[in-house]
Write a protein that binds this ligand. Structure first.
Ligand SMILES: NC(=O)c1ccc[n+]([C@@H]2O[C@H](COP(=O)([O-])OP(=O)(O)OC[C@H]3O[C@@H](n4cnc5c(N)ncnc54)[C@H](O)[C@@H]3O)[C@@H](O)[C@H]2O)c1
Length: 248
């Protein structure tokens, strides 16, 4: 029970990786604010409460600063502190560089990069008041390597990896660690576009040395590790969780 008496916010908490993360943290004792735009968010919180886990839902668009401020306030008003911020909300973003509309670029950057920045920005005061904390950003292996035809997404995720280092330096003296996870391909996919081609799932699995694609719980456990005191000497790091895909 690494998160007893700790308060966490998970953005994108109603999504695939977010839901697994919410359950991982709450299962280890955390009080978790499920922060998402999705309509099924309240139902997830109700189900968890019925199981004796501590959770609440807050509707947020992480690309809007006033809403991120309100999200942090909702957690601290409800539970009195903030120990863990998982900035996980994100959307896909395909497009060749020469064909990407500025509006599409700005939408992906607004959620996948600005949204992560705003979470780090506004978690700071609440975490400092409580004597420290841990921030975990969900980047992607597409922040470390690239595929053709996904410029807004790879740009945003690459920026999250380096912003994680930068914010880690800004917050280190305040006892606030800042790390990222870089998930690879998840098994919930039915097909995947890599570059110009649609890759068959069998072919994609064959590119993974571990022999399977990722499960949400694989990512959730890595996030929980980085958020916990087990990672007390780790900051500014981006942890690859991809079954060896990028090691090849
Ligand atoms: N699934 C993958 O293959 C994969 C791989 C690498 C990285 N990631 C990253 O993991 C994170 C979670 O993705 P997922 O696979 O769980 O996807 P998902 O679509 O299941 O979940 C994303 C969640 O974010 C929420 N969201 C979207 N825009 C939002 C906004 N503006 N404000 C608040 N919430 C918003 C959605 O409602 C959704 O619940 C994302 O950052 C994604 O880029 C996913």
């Amino acid at each position: 029970m690494r998160f007893t008496d700790k308060v966490a916010i998970v953005t994108g908490g109603a999504g695939e990786i977010g839901r697994a993360t919410v359950r991982q943290l709450a299962g280890e004792g955390a009080k978790v604010l499920i922060a998402d735009m999705a309509d099924d968010g309240p139902k997830i919180a109700q189900e968890m409460l019925a199981e004796g886990l501590q959770a609440a839902f807050f509707k947020v668009d992480v690309s809007k600063e006033d809403q991120v401020i309100a999200m942090v306030k909702a957690a601290t008003d409800r539970w009195g502190r903030l120990d863990v911020m998982v900035a996980n909300a994100g959307i896909g973003g395909r497009g060749r560089t020469n064909e990407t509309l500025l509006a599409d670029w700005e939408r992906v950057i607004g959620i996948n990069l600005t949204g992560v920045f705003l979470c780090s920005k506004h978690a700071y005061a609440a975490m400092k008041a409580g004597g420290g904390g841990a921030i975990v950003n969900t980047a992607s292996i597409m922040g470390l390597v690239a595929v053709a035809g996904a410029v807004p997404y790879t740009a945003a995720k690459g920026a999250v990896v380096n912003m994680t280092r930068s914010t880690a330096l800004d917050y280190a003296k305040d006892g606030i660690r800042v790390n990222a996870v870089c998930p690879g391909f998840m098994e919930s996919r039915t097909s995947v576009v890599v570059g110009p081609a649609v890759v068959k799932m069998d072919d994609l699995v064959a590119r993974h040395p571990i022999g399977r694609l990722g499960k949400p719980v694989d990512i959730a456990k890595a996030i929980a590790f980085l958020a916990s005191d087990d990672a007390a000497f780790i900051t500014g790091h981006s942890l690859v969780v991809d079954g060896g895909y990028t090691a090849v």
